[in-house]
Design a protein around this ligand. Sequence first.
Ligand SMILES: Nc1ncnc2c1ncn2[C@@H]1O[C@H](COP(=O)(O)OP(=O)(O)OP(=O)(O)O)[C@@H](O)[C@H]1O
Length: 649
Amino acid sequence: MTAVSILGDNDRDAGVVEEICGYLTEAPPRSYFLFAGAGSGKTRTLVEVLRRLTGVIEHEKGEQLALRLRMYGRSIKVVTYTKNAVSVINARLGDNDLVSVSTIHSFCWELINGFNDDIREALIAIKEAQLAKETAEAQAKPKGITFAKQRDLDEIKNDIEDFRATDVFIYHPDRNTYGSGALAHNHVLDVTAWLLRNKSTLQTILKDRHPIVLIDESQDTMKGVLDALMELAGREGRNLAIGLLGDHRQRIYPDGHVDLPSLVPQNWATPELQMNHRSQRRIVTLINRIWEAELEGRTQPVNGVAQHSRTEKAGGAVRIFVGDTSRSPEGKVLGERWCAEQMYEATGITFWNEGQYQLLALEHKLVATRGSFLDAYEAMVLLDPNAAAPSGSGDNKGPSAVQFLLNELAQLEDCVGIDGSVDEFKATEIFRQYGCLENMPDDNAARLNRADEMLKAITAFAVACINPKSTVEDVLAPILDVNLFEIDRRLVEAYADKSPPLPAPGRGEEESKQARMRRGWCALFSAPWNQLKRYRNYLSGLSELATHQVVKGSEFMHVMVVMDDDMASGSLISYDKIFGGMELSKRDKENVALGKETTIDRTLRLLYVTCSRAEETLVLVLWSSNPTAALAQIRKSKWFAEDEVLVIP
Ligand SMILES: Nc1ncnc2c1ncn2[C@@H]1O[C@H](COP(=O)(O)OP(=O)(O)OP(=O)(O)O)[C@@H](O)[C@H]1O
């Protein structure tokens, strides 16, 4: 093979940048959807397009567009999934006032901030629609509106009244916002989508500021906002162009559209990137097979192009190991080490016997079990299922009602030495930071009394912190008893409520939000305190097993993917079903018949995402409920060669 042909093969996508520049500089500009698989260099393509469209790199039509943007004080908006992606794109673009990069939350808030009457109207309309829908659904059930459901409906009505009474709405895209008028992250997205659909002022503002909007990771972008933008681009074809970048095969959040490619309007351009610059050929072949697989229970279409690896990346190694899921968690950890050892023996790559590989799993429960913080995690899920686990965009900081435990109390714990001594200087700083010293009595004696009370509380807190047997309640009690901080009302009330939790609902039984939260609070108060620290690390992406947060957009030389249905919450994911260790359920078959998304679809995409992170070598470990059946199907499938399939003894 000659140098020229190597270059030719590797450069098969070289024309895509120019192709996209052509669409966006057409008069009027044309919207597009870029099919771009794993490791295809989406960010690089995006940045190269932006450089040409803003006159950084010589480009005749780009320079004309730049001139027009500058003349009207406009810019191209790039919407990314994470704050990290904002910095990556900004760093690669350099100083460029014709491009403005934001996360979707910032983008939405930039548009609606200050339009308080519109925000209120949208919030009320959204909640009223929710109320009507949930009421109708409950009425249609044989039991009608149960007591538990009525409580939930009343809560929606209360929210509507609260919105009506709010004058000014506040929000911070980078953190949770508290206090009167505070909007949650999802409110901001819902409100923006509603206003883009219903208010011409906002539509005009958007196209006047940003005639071109490019959305990265569009497969996971909240569908409400995406639909509103696509609808607007359809209507305002001459004034607003949308570019969607992403890989529908890598959709991992339920916020995105089930099958985005099929929603792309006919008149949009659909360029394609065919290269995978990241992985060795063996891995690229595997991910192509995974995506093309015709599995029973699959409803998602096989749209999108097969990828090509770089010519010089013609190697790579893959193994799948199958073991019995009835093993203990410790036994499984040992089994996984054995697999790594086998990989070392097969490839001679020393990283595998030095623990220098990236463990990946996408089930939060698995991470929580391996990381020894399962009680804390499960309590958080009961308190707020949407906020308990880290999210790819880095928004989730845990349930809002427990922020005091995760922030103030965690900071206070940092002032406690391993012997239980308290660094009083540091502790005082924290009290000052949170305004705990502002209401000290003026009277000298009362002041001394209060200081003494505070000292006793922090000493008791320190003793509880260093005791490995302490529960969250043990640590919290001394602090709450003396009202040291201004604490979220929900936490204070839950602590004061000494009623026992109701039992968990049986299969098919309904549970009110309040009853679920009461179970969550009780579980949290009795969880070991030391689990909270591990839970915090997990939220910030620091646990040994990587989850979505780390996986999105990352790459690692050597990857081990651990698949264990026992640790998957609910029935949304099942590796055993795609590998043949378990039959499809009745529900799966019903979903197939209705053409709905199935367990198989979701699991296949998770597998695609995790496998495509590997550059050189990849180990898959399946803990199966029926290893014999799974092995038979794996051997029959064309995914792996005979010598790539092994049994964990
Ligand atoms: N044109 C190119 N030539 C050589 N290497 C490239 C090229 N484009 C990207 N790469 C390299 O390939 C790897 C994958 O690129 P990148 O992470 O941008 O892909 P991606 O499309 O964002 O992938 P994913 O969606 O899987 O996260 C990176 O290591 C990047 O440096």
